[in-house]
Design a protein around this ligand. Structure first.
Ligand code: 13P
Length: 340
């Protein structure tokens, strides 16, 4: 592994005013997203949609990296330019989702563990050849009223994340380590903070045990936020303060960047929360975004699968990238919404 290369790729992804566009929906997930706008999930529709995202002019100012799905990494523009090559030529670093999804953890009802470690070394070598410079693995941690997640569920996920991260660094790819505590459910923000703290503590202990270089990775956590069904929703400043408190306790300062997932927050909430955390800075690490839905929901809504709407869809993407780029610097204001 080339340590300097890992460090420089990790830092470039979260450079000033930049974050990550998560466009790595698996085929079942993109099918759901397309169904919401009555678009059929064919290989060509998926290709065309990703082409619309990746050819949007100006996003390179705010997007340091894009996470792709296996199929997308192998697809090309209409003119035959492979997507990884297109992105690289625009100064955007291509990345790849390498996990194979969360499955029930045996003998632990209610806990899930992410699969995809078998054969990962060989897959990473191929992804690197195809142009990927970083990777992503998502662990899914659900909260419910019973004792879920269990301590063992958290440990199993942390262990898998660390094995993945070590394999990535060995292969010369920057690992994005994503332990996602879901915001589904009715739990309080306090419960989310406790579980997020347990997850981060376990993840960094395992990363350290697996000899993962913190300088050459990025963390993709959830924000500390009440469950969607909780009647008591916290304010923007409360979410920002709780999230920072938790991260400052458990994430080493050697990690160059924290890139949040949006997890089902509205596009505006995700931007608002990110902005508040940066406005409370400086923080020990870059604090940025790696949003899927919070960047793409307005794009899908504008596109509707119609070629006539491509310009509007691209405008919607550029607008969200621009606002999140400002939020990454703590310079976003709610009044900017609707200005575009
Ligand atoms: P969301 O921002 O839609 O949560 O997606 C980010 C992601 O990559 C989840 O793995």
């Amino acid at each position: 592994m080339n340590i300097e290369e890992l460090k420089s790729v990790a830092s470039a992804i979260v450079a000033k005013q930049k974050g990550v566009l998560a466009a790595d929906e698996s085929n079942p997930t993109i099918k759901k997203r397309f169904a919401s706008i009555q678009v059929e999930s064919t290989e060509e529709n998926r290709r065309r949609y990703r082409e619309i995202l990746f050819t949007t002019g100006g996003i390179e100012r705010h997007v340091g990296g894009v996470i792709l799905f296996d199929e997308t990494l192998r697809q090309s523009t209409r003119d035959g330019i492979p997507f990884p090559q297109l992105l690289s030529s625009r100064g955007i670093i291509p990345g790849i989702k390498v996990d194979q999804g969360a499955k029930a953890l045996a003998l632990h009802p209610g806990d899930k563990v992410t699969e995809g470690l078998d054969g990962l070394r060989e897959r990473l070598a191929e992804y690197k050849q195809l142009g990927a410079q970083f990777a992503k693995w998502r662990a899914v941690i659900e909260i419910d009223e019973r004792d879920i997640p269990s301590p063992f569920g958290i440990r199993a996920n942390a262990h898998a994340l660390a094995r993945y991260a070590a394999l990535c660094q060995e292969a010369g790819l920057v690992p994005i380590v994503e332990p996602e505590v879901l915001m589904d459910g009715a739990h309080s923000i306090e419960r989310c903070e406790v579980v997020t703290a347990q997850a981060l503590q376990a993840v960094f202990a395992e990363l350290d045990a697996h000899r993962v270089l913190f300088e050459g990775m990025l963390l993709k956590p959830n924000m500390v936020i009440a469950g969607k069904k909780c009647a008591q929703q916290a304010s923007v400043l409360e979410v920002a303060a709780a999230t920072l408190r938790c991260l400052r306790r458990y994430v080493p300062a050697a990690v160059p960047g924290i890139v949040f997932l949006s997890g089902g927050q509205s596009a505006e909430d995700a931007t608002d929360h990110l902005n508040a955390m940066n406005a409370m800075g400086p923080q020990p690490w870059g604090v940025s975004f790696s949003y899927g839905r919070a960047l793409q929901a307005p794009v899908l809504a504008a596109w509707q699968g119609q070629e006539d709407n491509v310009a509007a869809a691209q405008k919607a993407l550029l607008n969200r990238c621009h606002l999140n780029g400002l939020a990454r610097a703590g310079k976003y204001a709610h009044t900017m919404e609707g200005a575009a």
